[in-house]
Design a protein around this ligand. Structure first.
Ligand code: ZN
Length: 311
């Protein structure tokens, strides 16, 4: 078996207004725009990548913001919540910060011993901040949030499923161990220090999710480039139908639709977001993989204006 995954590499979701998306994730949540590109499968749409200072695997939340996207419905067969890790004593700071920004947020609550602050992004995507003493310091972005309270990266994701078993089995094969369970929530934990939690909410009666703005498109897990083909074989042995290895420029990807309906990706840690931009300049200009560079003028003229977000 290939080496267990340490956790999530990135999460990709669907948004609507790209400017509003950029504003929320950089100004309100304080993440850095680490890559400004296009959806490689639909170049009329941006692909915006947010993360820590360098877009370290485990910190990178990415969006396809379709300006006219219809709202989706969060439901089964999807990642139904994305959780970010913040330092343990940051709950009051974030409660006030989200309230001041007019964010749709709930009261903090307790879950498996952690304080959890649930809220929604401007498209209604369910998010959480999970406050923990062991949040790694990392390299926070030079943004509006002080380092002591900055988002460290992902805590994990929640999957909403009608039947947990096939997905839970796959997660265990990937190196996630069952750690906790309470009522309808089962927790699986990997060995990394970011993005190491997958919760499964099982509800046979819950409505099925529908793709659209405010829903997650897929969750990607970290693998090494040498072991990526082995992971692909594991998926085939389990009866899934993974894609071939796709070069995404900043990482290589294999995708597979899991039996529970959630789209999983197995993404390489290298080469990373600094392969085509200096660390200091990440996200400042539209970057395209070489195979799209010849179409730059056409692509740029088809995209909506976005403010330049530096630092
Ligand atoms: Zn992806």
């Amino acid at each position: 078996m290939p080496t267990p995954t340490p956790g999530i590499h990135h999460v990709t979701a669907i948004g609507s207004d790209p400017g509003r998306n950029l504003e929320f994730y950089t100004r309100t949540l304080g993440l850095r725009l680490v890559k400004r590109s296009v959806n490689q499968d639909d170049v009329s749409v941006y692909h915006l990548f947010y993360g820590d200072h360098g877009g370290t695997p485990g910190t990178s939340m990415t969006f396809f913001p379709y300006p006219d996207a219809r709202s989706g419905r969060v439901g089964t067969g999807q990642v139904s919540t994305v959780a970010f890790l913040v330092p343990e004593d940051s709950v009051d700071y974030w409660t006030d910060r989200l309230a001041d920004a007019g964010v749709d947020a709930d009261e903090p609550r307790e879950r498996f011993g952690d304080t959890v602050l649930p809220f929604r992004d401007p498209d209604g995507l369910p998010l959480e901040l999970v406050a923990r003493a062991d949040a790694p310091r990392g390299r926070p972005p030079d943004g509006p949030v002080p380092d002591e309270h900055a988002v460290r990266g992902f805590f994990g994701v929640t999957l909403s499923l009608t039947t947990a078993t096939p997905t839970a089995d796959l997660l265990q094969t990937m190196g996630y161990d069952e750690a906790d369970a309470k009522r309808d929530r089962q927790r699986y934990v990997a060995d990394g220090d970011l993005g190491y939690v997958v919760d499964i909410l099982e509800d046979p009666q819950a409505p099925r999710g529908q793709p659209g703005a405010g829903t997650v498109h897929h969750v990607a897990f970290q693998v090494t480039e040498t072991e990526q083909p082995e992971w692909r074989d594991v998926l085939i042995e389990r009866g899934l139908r993974p894609t071939s290895v796709i070069d995404r420029k900043w990482f290589k990807s294999v995708y597979a639709r899991t039996r529970g309906g959630v789209l999983f990706e197995f993404a390489t840690k290298s080469p990373g977001y600094t392969v085509d931009e200096d660390l200091a300049d990440l996200g400042e200009r539209l970057v395209l993989p070489e195979w799209l560079e010849s179409r730059r003028n056409e692509i740029e003229s088809g995209l909506p204006e976005l403010p330049v977000e530096s630092g």
